[in-house]
Design a protein around this ligand. Sequence first.
Ligand code: HEC
Ligand code: HEC
Length: 387
Amino acid sequence: MNTASRAILLVALLFGVTGIAVSARQAGPAAGAAENPPMAEDVFKNVLVLKGIPVDEFLDTMGMFAAATAKDCTGCHSPQILDGRPEAFAIATPMIQKARFMIGMMNAINRNYFGGQKRVSCATCHSNTSAPENVPNLAIQYGNPLENPDSMEFVVATGSNPSQIEQVFAKYLDALGGAQRLAGVTSFTATGTYAGWDTGLSQVPVDIYARAPEQLTTVAHRTEGDSVWAYDGRNGWQVTVNAAVPFTVPLTSGNLAGARLDAMVALAPTSIRQAFSKWEISKGVLDDDRPVQILRGANEGQPPVNFYFDNSGLLVRLLRWNVTAVGPVATQYDYSDYREVGGVRRPFRWVRRSTANEVTVVLKEIRPNVAIDAARFAKPTTTRLIR
Ligand code: HEC
Ligand code: HEC
């Protein structure tokens, strides 16, 4: 299925829900209180295999399924999900049975042949097709070798040394306006547009709130209600107008670390260097032939994060992963249109890609150093609209 028809199906699916809206009002535990995230089987009705994993990871797993097998949600789930009833996701189908069977097969391969490491994922065999090839492709064998700058495998640049890593950071902070000016901005609000599969690719208003050291909230005002992503400096949540998950989802593991990183990139790029205990450097070329220097930050026990800097020293791509029960899935940001606001350069446009959505955010205005109510960064709640 091509991207356009897949987008249309997803849009149809997501637009099926008009009865749910969300607001960023404070609710639940006080900001900063550690939360126990609900497990998939606590909130969904018919989870037989993927038990004991948090809801955000469960959704990333569905993203892996869809991306690896080139199916959209209706490729496995009953078409009744298009009516916007969350219960319809629990309806058993032959394809769901097949997918459950595949999870068992994959786990057995990893257990028996890879010492229990999650080396083989759905993507290993499927590679974006529902029917994996078992014949080598001569066109690929004799075509130009494909270099993938976004691979999770990282090839450290030969002859690289730690001082090069420091140089990339220094150039980045200089290109943004310098550490001193960056420190002078402790908050901002921004307005612009948001367009993704969830909006039928049409632009809707977006509001962004950022406060030092690392709080960030994004509110996309969809016609059906608001979708909110919030990070309060310790906990993160997302609540989107979505048939499958009409409730607030706490972020965990790679998604939570990612939310913190989003806040740092937005407001505190000076703290990125210290956020990782290990750094490596590599080189690559983006699809548009732009050469980049790639820094990889890693912390023990967490998936790594790649930062791509172009010749001007600016951050043009950020790539991070969340590890799921069936293999890692990526989230990628492509930043562009850097403009100066209050002495500091910031991206006015970015594309965020994950297995769940492709979103383009274009800012119209950034207002630095404005007071922002703490409740903006607190746990967002869902409210059902009366139709
Ligand atoms: C390749 C097949 C496949 C695709 C594609 C797929 N799913 Fe699933 N889905 C499953 C399987 C299998 C389960 C049951 C998991 C289990 O039993 O542990 C499931 C369960 C679910 C559930 C739990 C339903 C309940 O109440 O028990 C939700 C919600 C869900 N999927 C959402 C989605 C969304 C959203 C998409 C599209 C992004 C999607 N799925 C794409 C195979 C798929
Ligand atoms: C070791 C390789 C391998 C792995 C790993 C693997 N699959 Fe498969 N899968 C296959 C093959 C081969 C087929 C095609 C079987 C056939 O032709 O009947 C298939 C078929 C399927 C189908 C049926 C597709 C259709 O349209 O009929 C689904 C759904 C599926 N796989 C889901 C998954 C999921 C989800 C995972 C990860 C949990 C996964 N597979 C992991 C090899 C694999």
